[in-house]
Design a protein around this ligand. Structure first.
Ligand code: HEC
Length: 208
């Protein structure tokens, strides 16, 4: 028994001797029994890396990614920044126009079904959270909007008929936002915005 306690004390001294007390400061790298994600593998800028074919650690931006606040020219063409014409700004002869822009190349029925399908997907991803899947203004978030301020309630999109609110105007609202609704011109390519306009018209027709 005597030896047991003695060896226990000796062991404790050894453990403390090797690992030190908790919270002690070291000048050398600590012994890591469990690394606990203290270190991470990383490549530092301007150094070599054999993992990549070009041997460089510094990488170029991923193709197709867009810096925030990108100016025309940097922004990929499909987002239409700084361009004019009905397809890009919704305006015909200076006022918001109606109808599908020719750039969408809708020739056959299947083209239209494709556009509407895309519009449905993009509407459900980007708009339904506020305006509701049916466009009735009853999305999950709308209750909170109403709570915060009844005046900025999310509107039902069924109340925006084509004669008073032309397609080009809806396109403009999607692109640049309105009031407490944000702009989607950085998130949605021009074609997708038009697809949503078409889908919105279909929603309105089905609500009648
Ligand atoms: C964060 C919630 C939110 C999202 C997401 C949202 N909207 Fe809105 N939307 C609003 C609110 C709030 C208004 C009312 C703005 C106002 O009149 O001040 C509005 C207004 C509108 C209007 C009417 C504009 C007018 O003249 O009064 C249209 C059309 C519209 N949204 C379409 C869309 C479409 C299409 C999307 C998806 C790309 C979308 N919204 C996404 C909250 C949202």
């Amino acid at each position: 028994m005597k030896y047991f306690f003695l060896s226990l004390i000796a062991l404790a001294v050894m453990v403390v001797g090797v690992f030190g007390f908790r919270g002690d400061k070291f000048s050398q790298a600590p012994i890591q029994v469990f690394p606990d994600m203290d270190d991470q593998d990383k490549g530092k800028a301007q150094t070599a890396n054999r993992f990549f074919a070009d041997g460089l650690n510094s990488r170029k931006p991923v193709l197709g990614t867009v810096p925030r606040n990108a100016q025309a020219g940097v922004m990929p063409l499909e987002f239409g920044a700084g361009r004019s014409g009905y397809y890009f700004d919704g305006k015909l002869d200076g006022t918001f126009g109606n109808g599908l822009p020719k750039e969408l190349e809708i020739k056959e029925e299947s083209d239209m079904t494709g556009l509407l399908g895309r519009g449905e997907d993009m509407f459900n991803v980007n708009c339904a959270i506020c305006h509701g899947k049916a466009g009735d203004g009853k999305g999950v978030v709308s209750a909170y909007f109403a709570q915060a301020d009844p005046i900025i309630a999310v509107p039902s999109l069924h109340n925006f008929p084509q004669d008073k609110f032309p397609d080009g105007y809806i396109y403009e609202v999607i692109s640049n936002g309105k009031g407490s609704m944000g702009a989607y011109k950085h998130n949605l390519p021009v074609r997708d915005r038009w697809a949503i306009v078409s889908y919105l018209r279909a929603l309105q027709a089905s609500a009648k």
